[in-house]
Ligand binder design. Structure first.
Ligand code: NDP
Length: 280
């Protein structure tokens, strides 16, 4: 079997074209504010890309650059100002933040209705309760790619490898709410290959290059590769050994060009949704 490629670049382009049209018809431009503390090169690239895509979709966009020695109190003041600013619909603080700032304090300061990353305690809590407001971008995008595969998660066995609050945990909740039977695997899971072999749907969010092997995959399974890893040679690879897994899986997301572009498309969608729900 050669797996169908779930092309996140193509799907995200379609989504963004529809969003652009929707935004053009809105009386007020939704606005995304992105806060960057310090000058971490990878974070700078991500933030720049978010600004560029926001501009392409027609959103308003503000970037707030703060020095690396910004105190937690000063960052929280900036977040509070953005929270109170009626022109700002979405607030995103780029992580990681420097060590003197607690990530949890930042997340608790962003109001749920402006939390376009969907990572605050309130938004994760709402997802747990099955009444989501704004959903974390990466798992939300991964669910769209599963939909693209034509496989309905209802009644299927799903295995999510990874239990972070950013990816694995919300992903498992979304799959469960789509009526899959979900197993969450992590670094303490014994016999991982056997666990994964049960799955009709596999989501790998581990952060280990080409970790998931073909021999772990049930023939025909849908494989969603969230991982982004750089090899010593500078190549980007996912958490799945794509070449060999493609011979067994029914559908697979590539890296790059799978979940990555969907994440950014979902950020734009969340910003529009935040604007609409604040001012219906
Ligand atoms: P974390 O490091 O926060 O979580 C990794 C998870 O993998 C943990 O739950 C950990 O288990 C588990 N794990 C680690 N080693 C093993 C192992 N040997 N066997 C089984 N499970 C293991 O990472 P993130 O969730 O933030 O990110 C995961 C990957 O996704 C990374 O490559 C990241 O770059 C990528 N990513 C991609 C995004 C995109 O837009 N495409 C967005 C966000 C992340 P334990 O909890 O026990 O430690």
């Amino acid at each position: 079997m050669t797996a169908t490629i779930l092309d996140g670049t193509a799907v995200s382009k379609r989504l963004m074209a529809a969003l652009t049209e929707r935004v053009a018809g809105m009386a007020r431009k939704p606005t995304l504010a992105v806060v960057l503390v310090g000058q971490d090169p990878a974070s700078q690239v991500y933030v720049k890309r978010k600004g560029k895509v926001a501009h392409e979709v027609g959103l308003g966009h503000r970037q707030i650059d703060l020095p690396i020695d910004t105190s937690e109190a000063d960052l929280l003041k900036v977040v509070a100002e953005l929270a109170a600013d009626d022109d700002v619909d979405g607030i995103l603080v780029q992580f990681p933040v420097p060590a003197q700032i607690r990530q949890s304090a930042v997340l608790d300061a962003i109001p749920a209705e402006k939390d376009v990353d969907g990572l605050t305690t309130a938004n994760l809590g709402r997802l747990v309760q099955g009444r989501p407001l704004l959903v974390a971008c990466t798992p939300k995008g991964a669910m769209r790619l599963i939909a693209e595969s034509g496989v309905d998660p209802a009644g299927k066995r799903a295995v999510v490898i990874g239990r972070s609050n950013i990816v694995g945990r919300p992903m498992a909740l979304l799959l469960e709410q789509a009526n899959a039977t979900v197993t969450v695997a992590h670094s303490r899971t014994p016999n991982l290959a056997d666990v994964v072999r049960e799955a009709d749907l596999v989501v790998a969010a581990v952060g280990r290059p080409e970790f998931v092997k073909a021999s772990w995959i049930k023939p025909g399974a849908v494989v969603i590769d969230v991982g982004i890893n750089r090899t010593p040679e500078g190549k980007l690879v996912g958490d799945v050994a794509t070449a060999e897994v493609s011979e067994v899986a029914g559908a697979i997301t590539p890296v790059p060009g799978g979940v990555g572009p969907m994440t950014i498309a979902m950020l734009m969608e969340n910003t529009v949704e935040a604007a609409v729900s604040r001012r219906p």
